[in-house]
Write a protein that binds this ligand. Structure first.
Ligand SMILES: *[C@@H]1O[C@H](CO)[C@@H](O)[C@H](O)[C@H]1NC(C)=O
Length: 405
């Protein structure tokens, strides 16, 4: 899909900055979902409306003079937020509905975890925009379309934030996992500042819909978005603390990313022509040395990529030969024939092609994945999938999929 206009996202940031005041840290857990108790209005006056017997429903509206928004009274240091939401129906072009976490933006080095829902003309899909900021830096966007009409019913949108990862979920299906790779020397991860929960409905028709081409139809105002039945879990022993992908949720996420992802900053080689952000390298999966996997090359035929050897039988070969025109330091160092003959040794081979052999279902488990990451971090010296100079027109198609878990 098209490239993002970064300046426009800066204007999102500015609007959010305007909403911030001083905060306090809390560690309480609750799941009552009472908007009056846990949230306060940030702008829009009576465009923020709380209803329901236990104040479990809230609506935000937007007209030509103002949008509206609310935020949590408390700040949180990790946790999980679930919010049921239903978006502006009909022609919602130019409107943006949000649910996000943010630390105090007045510091200039704020952290933020975003869900933004960009409206569209009637019958065209909303865009779900996600981003992560750490210490004032963002530019980690992924965008999706949804597999349902988010204006017809309430659906549950969730953010899990723990010291290891940030996960974005819709109705329990993970769309995206953003990991903390500090053990690989990458410090881009929000974990030092508490954050509040924010939500808003506002207008951004200069960029939101089809890149700003479609303007808001104010004759349809006021526009209304609905929030209800939220749950905030930051209990010390909550499941959110160790939440991660299991086999099933990983499968679900792959399905979403294959079918509904429309933008991923980690595959935007035009934007990051000098170098991709460092974490992009690690969100990839991939021959064994002493049982440690070095590389996994997957068959993505279910994603329409036919590059995988599977139609011709193969023999095993091995050899020792001379190639001093290129092999060592690019051909600069030549073979010293005074040391010949040169000898290499092979022994104890094993070939398993038994019909029910373990090789048949061999895949990475948690431990081998860890070992492979260690090898790739410390010993990998070249990967064609990050050679943007060589593939400046387009990377081979499988590079896209060897990403995200
Ligand atoms: C709106 O619809 C168009 C056409 O289907 C689509 O390309 C775009 O991603 C949709 N969302 C936004 C926010 O423009």
């Amino acid at each position: 899909m098209g490239t993002l206009s970064i300046g426009h996202y800066d204007s999102v940031l500015l609007l959010k900055v305007a909403m911030v005041v001083v905060a306090m840290v809390s560690s309480t857990a609750y799941g009552a979902g009472n908007f009056r108790n846990e949230f306060e209005s940030t702008f829009g006056g009576d465009r923020v409306r709380i209803s329901g017997p236990s104040s479990e429903q809230l609506s935000l509206s937007l007209d030509q003079s103002s949008g509206s928004g609310f935020r949590s009274k408390k700040e949180y240091m990790f946790g999980r937020i679930d919010m049921q939401m239903k978006f502006v129906a009909g022609n919602s072009a130019g409107t943006v509905t949000t649910l996000y976490l943010s630390s105090d933006q007045s510091t200039g080095r704020h952290d933020e975890i975003d869900f933004e829902f960009l409206g569209n003309v009637t019958g065209q899909p909303y865009t779900l925009h996600t981003n992560v900021f750490s210490q004032g830096q963002g530019s980690r966007e992924q965008q999706f379309h949804l597999w349902f009409d988010p204006t017809a019913n309430f659906h549950t949108y969730s953010i899990v934030w723990n010291p290891q990862l940030i996960m974005f979920l819709v109705d329990e299906t993970p769309l995206r996992v953003f990991r903390n790779y500090e053990n690989k020397g990458i410090s881009f991860f929000p974990k030092h500042q508490p954050q509040r929960i924010y939500a808003s409905l506002w207008e951004a028709d200069d960029w939101a819909t089809q890149g700003g081409a479609v303007k808001t139809d104010w004759s349809k105002a006021p526009f209304t978005a609905y929030y209800r039945n939220f749950n905030i879990d930051n209990s010390p022993n909550g499941k959110w603390r160790t939440h991660d992908l299991d086999a099933n949720s990983r499968k679900r996420m792959k399905w979403v990313q294959k079918n509904y992802m429309i933008y991923d900053y980690c595959s935007d080689w035009k934007r990051f022509s000098q170098a991709f952000p460092p974490e992009c390298k690690h969100s990839k999966a991939e021959f064994l040395v002493d049982e440690t996997p070095l590389r996994v090359f997957r068959n993505y035929e279910n994603k329409g990529i036919s590059f995988f050897p599977k139609h011709q039988p193969q023999r095993i070969y091995a050899s020792l030969w001379e190639a001093d025109d290129w092999a060592t330091q690019g051909g600069a160092v030549k073979t010293d024939w005074s040391k010949a003959p040169f000898t290499a040794y092979y022994r104890n081979f094993n070939i398993d092609n038994s019909p029910n052999g373990k090789w048949r279902t061999h895949d990475l488990d948690a431990n081998s994945r860890k070992r492979m990451k260690w090898v790739q971090k410390n010993y990998m010296i070249y990967d064609y999938c990050t050679d943007w100079k060589r593939f400046s027109q387009a990377f081979p198609p499988e590079c896209k999929h060897s990403k995200a878990e």
